[in-house]
Each structure stands twice: as structure tokens, then as C-alpha cells.
Design a protein around this ligand. Structure first.
Ligand code: GRF
Length: 195
């Protein structure tokens, strides 16, 4: 399956997905990467990459990123550390085929400060969630989750790094399974056939 990856963070998830997809037996090929700001991982990526304009006008940006992704004709889009909310035009085109990974056990701690919020809440267990993107913020049907322990000594950085280790593996496994077997939405759950 053809996959386009969206990234805008430090790029560690992007890098691990691109490296996993380079294996000949991996069921997905990363055919394009779209970043919306300097993403250091770009240097290790063979795939073509396009940096959509960072438009002030959200509708214009929505159309720009849809065109940037559509040029690769993907079967799936994977948001790997992409910190923008995808708009209605994008979801009309790719809805049901956009995966996102979030560094918390949704529905707990949605949004851009999930790790900080989990620490502030004093939880002893957090984790990571891979879900399909819908029009809300981190609200789409859940594909997979894995728990990660929170240490009393943790700060945002140490907890996030521990989550990212699990997140990288979970995202790669889910992308491979969805690429090979597809995904079915069943209410709040997204199921991979022969689950
Ligand atoms: C990941 O934890 C992702 O879930 C969150 O931002 C982080 C991105 O990490 N949205 P990186 O930029 O891939 O290192």
C-alpha cells in the first residue's frame, strides 16, 4: 500500500516509519512525506517531500496540504508527530484512511500537551494511541493502544521519550497491518480484519 507521512516535530516517528517501510517485505511503501516546518528527519528520507505553505488562511492551507498529499496518490496517510488539525477538505478526500498516533491513552489527555497534562494529573500509567483521524481533535476511532508506566521521577521529556519508544513500535505494527489487511470502522473502534 502507498503511504504518505505527515510530520512536523523532531521527526523520530517519521524516521522509524520510513526505515521500517524500506524493508522489502513491509506491506507499505512511504511514497511521500509532507512536513509543515523544518523537520530534521528529512535528510534521511529518500521519499519525495513537499512542504505545504504555512497559510494564515486555514481553508487555503486545507486545500494546499490536500493537493500536496494527493499528488502521491496514497492509499493511507499517517500523521507521525504532525501538530496541525486536518481540515474538512482534507478529510473529505482522505477520511477513513488517515492514521494518527497520540502520546496518551485517548480519550484521556487529547490535544497538543498530552504528556504534560498526564503528569499534571498525577497518573501512574499513561501510554500511546493509534487512531483514525476524524473532524475532531484526537477523537477518531481507536485502532490500538499500549500502556506506558509513569515514574515519580518523570518530567515531560523523560515520560515522552519512554512513550515514544513504545509509540514507534506500535505505529509501525499498525501501519503494516492496515496496509496488508485494511481497516473497518465499527463505532468507536477501528478494526483490522482477522482481528
Ligand atoms: C509523538 O509523541 C507524537 O505522538 C506527538 O508528537 C511526538 C512526535 O515525536 N504528536 P517526533 O517528532 O516524531 O520525534
Amino acid at each position: 500500500a502507498r503511504v504518505v507521512v505527515l510530520a512536523s516535530g523532531a521527526g523520530s516517528l517519521l524516521r522509524s516509519l520510513v526505515e521500517a517501510a524500506a524493508a522489502p517485505d513491509f506491506p507499505a511503501d512511504v511514497v511521500g512525506v509532507v512536513v509543515d516546518r523544518e523537520c530534521p528527519a528529512e535528510s534521511v528520507i529518500g521519499a519525495t517531500r513537499v512542504r505545504p505553505c504555512d497559510h494564515a488562511d486555514r481553508a487555503e492551507w486545507d486545500h494546499a496540504i490536500t493537493a500536496a498529499v494527493a499528488q502521491f496518490d496514497p492509499d493511507y496517510v499517517v500523521s507521525a508527530g504532525f501538530m496541525r488539525i486536518l481540515g474538512p477538505h482534507f478529510l473529505a478526500r482522505f477520511g477513513g484512511r488517515v492514521l494518527n498516533t497520540h502520546p496518551a491513552l485517548l480519550p484521556s489527555f487529547p490535544g497538543a500537551c498530552a504528556v504534560r497534562d498526564a503528569l499534571a494529573a498525577g497518573v501512574r500509567v499513561s501510554g500511546t494511541t493509534v487512531h483514525l483521524v476524524d473532524e475532531g481533535v484526537d477523537t477518531g476511532p481507536i485502532l490500538a493502544q499500549e500502556a506506558v508506566p509513569v515514574l515519580v521521577s518523570d518530567d515531560e521529556s523523560s515520560l515522552h521519550e519512554r512513550i515514544k519508544i513504545v509509540e514507534r513500535r506500535l505505529l509501525i505494527d499498525v501501519v503494516a497491518a492496515v496496509a496488508a489487511r485494511g481497516v473497518i470502522i465499527d463505532g468507536r473502534k477501528a478494526l483490522i480484519p482477522s482481528d
